[in-house]
Write a protein that binds this ligand. Structure first.
Ligand code: WQD
Length: 340
């Protein structure tokens, strides 16, 4: 029997998943990756082993495939928890293809829950999103902020997945679940060995910025500057991906200490909002460059402004952010320059 607790990380070669693998190993667990590379590259595994200094077990499985996952689990021992990242996450794509998002995001979670029950895996940490809040009445959201009707199929799947997990906990004496609502993850590992690797044209702001700075993209378009905000552009809570990864370890450690079964949600943000123009200007300043950008039309569906009240996670998980926005924008640029 392996003395180290084994943690399955689905989507473990993705942006947040890969950074979480590093922190889980650093915390003394064994990380086992379930990933079919549909939204990442196999060489990320080599980078993860380089950073962690150890071999990392990986299974090339689709999380919708219960039989493949149970075959993998039959070869493992002492699997204590699952951190479930594997999902589709492009808001715009979800509007064009809602069936794909419901089938994959909700479908894979149903298989993960069956697996947890059948293999008596007690701890589940689930990758959720601030998108569940939609356009909040007040820009600062707590976990008690109203969960509104979804503004996209992607957001609808996150709300549905949270509800499914809550029902599963109520029905299953063993399951302890933590729902982590990410705000806007940015940055990269300080080693520049891993980071955000969008397939195709980036949907998100910071990878679009770094690809513009690198010359891959001609020009960044700022989607609107006529909003009721500090400078007319949208405001978001941008959180360093390593801080986000650390929160998953803290959530797991807290879950392992708990007696009763539970289902708790936590906002993972810095507690500070930054506008699009502030991010652009900070990127230019910390990396000593000029970015080619233009103000364009609004992007349909964009929330005007939202940032976290992270006090519940700070108090209950013993977690707080260590990195600044400047760190994140430096690290993202170093990573971008290190991609072949
Ligand atoms: C941030 C701001 C854009 C690109 C989404 C999901 C959320 C999470 C993170 C998965 C907005 C502006 C962007 C560009 C721009 N995803 N922008 N030009 O929309 O806040 O959140 O991604 O978990 O669930 O909803 O992030 O980075 O797309 O946009 O002006 O080329 O940057 O308008 O104001 P978003 P984003």
């Amino acid at each position: 029997m392996s003395e180290k607790k084994q943690i399955i990380i689905t989507g473990g070669t993705g942006f947040i998943g890969s950074h979480t693998v590093v922190e889980v190993i650093k915390a003394g667990f064994d990380a086992i990756i379930f990933d079919d590379f549909r939204n990442s590259k196999p060489w990320i595994l080599d980078r993860l082993e380089k950073i962690s200094g150890c071999k990392i077990k990986h299974f090339d499985v689709d999380c919708n495939n219960y039989n493949a996952m149970s075959t993998a689990l039959n070869s493992l021992q002492n699997v204590t928890g699952i951190i479930h990242f594997a999902a589709d996450k492009a808001v715009g794509e979800s509007v064009l293809n809602p069936v794909k998002y419901y089938e994959n995001n909700i479908g894979s979670l149903t298989q993960i829950l069956k697996l947890a029950k059948d293999f008596e895996i007690e701890h589940l940490v689930f990758s959720s999103s601030c998108t569940v809040y939609g356009e909040p009445a007040s820009p600062i959201v707590t976990e008690e902020t109203e969960i509104k009707k979804a503004t996209s199929p992607y957001g609808a799947t996150k709300i549905a997945c949270e509800e499914l997990i809550q029902f599963a906990v109520q029905s299953d004496q063993k399951l302890k679940a933590t729902l982590l609502r990410y705000f806007n993850p940015i940055g990269a590992h300080p080693s520049a060995e891993i980071g955000e690797l969008p397939q195709g044209i980036p949907n998100n702001l910071v990878p679009y910025i770094t690809q513009t700075a690198k010359g891959i993209r001609e020009q960044l378009t700022v989607f609107g500057n006529d909003y009721e905000t500090i400078d007319g552009t949208n405001v978001r809570d941008y959180i360093h991906v390593v801080d986000l990864a650390d929160a998953h370890v803290k959530a797991l450690q807290r879950s392992i200490k708990q007696e009763a079964n539970f289902c708790e949600a936590y906002n993972l943000g810095t507690g500070k909002g930054s506008s699009v123009l502030e991010i652009i200007h900070t990127f230019e300043e910390v990396n000593d460059l000029k970015l080619n950008y233009v103000i364009g039309d609004r992007r349909p569906g964009d929330v005007v402004q939202i940032w976290a009240d992270p006090s519940k996670a700070n108090n209950e998980l013993g977690w707080s952010c260590k990195y600044t926005i400047k760190d994140a924008l430096k690290h993202s640029w170093s990573w971008e320059q290190n991609i072949d």
